[in-house]
Design a binder for this molecule. Structure first.
Ligand SMILES: N[C@@H](CCC(=O)N[C@@H](CS)C(=O)NCC(=O)O)C(=O)O
Length: 236
């Protein structure tokens, strides 16, 4: 059985969504990020970046165990293992990988930095807020245009590109305020994916793991500084 190390955050939700969608048996091991569990040596042996998600599959390629970090690498691995959520046709497969990379390089980091400067950084930082807000809108505009020409990011079929992108885009209201009028295709796509039975199960599993880890507002200030890389933990 696959072990997923994680918390209730978008990068982990991607992996839970894929596991549920692919009907792959898994057990969830909560990593209490705001208590600093990711920095312990047992965990950094699995991921030297000290970040979740990580999976361990005792039955990896050729029957040998495999440990993987980076959510997109995990999604590709799971989809190839199950032979689903990844198009067989070469053109569709590269289109899917292209949109998966848009998530990894654009949606994820830009949204993450926007949340950081809106909610977690000290007051001020107007330049950073404006920059990341602009970058988030820029990538949303590209996705809105894509969803005007195809029902899913890869084309006709639901894929790991949609799975990777959904956990951030479902939070559009929290990040950008009301966006249904500005991004109607994204809103309809989010609604469609949210209604999938595997999505409902995955979001319930994510809520359950969130209940077993320290909430940001209950974390020790020095641990928040460590996770954010600031104060006495800043290296530059
Ligand atoms: N690019 C990585 C990002 C992983 C990541 O940022 N994980 C966060 C939670 S979503 C984390 O573990 N943060 C803890 C830390 O930075 O100490 C991926 O997609 O897996």
């Amino acid at each position: 059985m696959i072990t997923l190390y994680g918390m209730g955050s978008p990068n982990v939700v991607k992996v839970i969504l894929a596991l549920e969608e692919l009907d792959l048996p898994y057990e969830m091991k909560p990593v209490d990020v705001f208590a600093g569990e990711q920095f312990k040596s047992d965990f950094t042996k699995l991921n030297p970046q000290a970040k979740v998600p990580v999976i361990v599959d005792p039955e990896g390629p050729g029957g040998a165990p495999i440990t993987l970090f980076e959510s997109a690498a995990i999604l590709i691995y799971l989809a190839e293992k199950a032979g689903r959520l990844i198009p067989a046709d070469a053109h569709a497969r590269y289109t899917m990988l292209q949109w998966l990379m848009v998530q990894v390089a654009g949606v994820g980091p830009m949204s993450g930095q926007l949340v950081h400067f809106l909610r977690f950084a000290p007051d001020g930082n107007e330049y950073a807020k404006s920059r990341y807000l602009t970058q988030v809108h820029r990538v949303y505009e590209a996705i809105e245009a894509r969803l005007a020409e195809a029902p899913f990011l890869a084309g006709a079929e639901y894929s790991i590109a949609d799975i990777a992108t959904f956990p951030w885009l479902r939070l559009a209201g929290m990040l950008l305020g009301e966006t249904k009028d500005r991004y109607p295709k994204i809103a309809a796509w989010v609604e469609m994916i949210a209604a999938r039975p595997a999505t409902v199960r995955a979001l319930a599993a994510s809520d359950a793991v969130r209940g077993r880890t320290t909430a940001f507002d209950k974390a020790a200030p020095d641990m928040i500084d460590k996770v954010m890389g600031r104060g006495r933990h800043a290296v530059a």
